[in-house]
Write a protein that binds this ligand. Structure first.
Ligand code: DC
Length: 203
């Protein structure tokens, strides 16, 4: 059985939590594709060139515990503008999407490039102010020393770079269902997403 759920959107809109919970609700596998760009970015920060870093990515690179920092996020967004980097990562993502038993992938270009035939496409957004507050709290809770201003600058720089790049920019697929989580708690946002997936699942 193949069933693919593509979830795209900007950083800190809630797509990570929604994806995990949708996957766990339906028993599907979940791939946070941002992690593979972050792992590539982390290798670049450690001195490698971006393209060989992406080509040589290993499973254990995704397990590093420093991938959630703002520095790595910026490095990820930068390597993600390089077409050869994206090319090196496409097949792994497509194979994951086609796995038996169902899959949820979240990222920026899942519904548009990686899985244009996904069974369900969601585009998750939230207002800039809400995203800044969420990411600020998330990083602070992890003990990462940041200010709201720094978080705002990080998100703005990445939004612009991720949406304006030539290859696979962040944008909703024509057939994506939009979920604006600005005025929703996480449980409500997850429930909305589960309802949409349920309506397409085994119909
Ligand atoms: O989802 P995230 O914030 O962990 O992603 C980090 C960066 O990786 C993001 O700013 C852009 C890039 N990315 C991408 O270009 N395509 C994806 N499918 C996922 C992430």
């Amino acid at each position: 059985m193949r069933f693919t759920v593509a979830i795209d959107g900007p950083a800190a809109a809630g797509k990570g939590t929604i994806s995990k919970q949708v996957a766990s609700h339906f028993g599907f596998a979940h791939l946070d594709t941002g992690l593979i760009y972050r792992a590539t970015g982390a290798r670049v920060l450690a001195g490698e060139n971006a393209v060989p870093a992406a080509q040589g990515l290993r499973a254990e690179d995704l397990q590093r515990d420093d991938l959630r920092t703002p520095d790595v996020a910026q490095a990820a967004s930068k390597v993600a503008t390089i077409p050869e980097v994206r090319n090196a990562l496409v097949q792994f993502q497509k194979d994951f999407a086609a796995r038996d038993g169902g899959a949820v992938l979240d990222g920026r270009d899942i519904g548009t490039v990686i899985c244009p035939d996904a069974d369900v496409k969601l585009f998750v957004t939230a207002s800039d102010a809400v995203r800044v507050e969420r990411r600020f709290l998330e990083l602070s809770e992890k003990g990462i020393d940041v200010t709201r201003e720094a978080v705002q600058a990080d998100l703005k720089a990445r939004d612009t770079r991720d949406s304006e790049r030539q290859t696979a920019p962040l944008k909703p697929a024509a057939d994506a269902i939009l979920i604006d989580t600005s005025d929703m708690g996480i449980e409500e946002a997850v429930a909305v997403a589960i309802n949409v997936v349920q309506s397409k699942w085994r119909n």
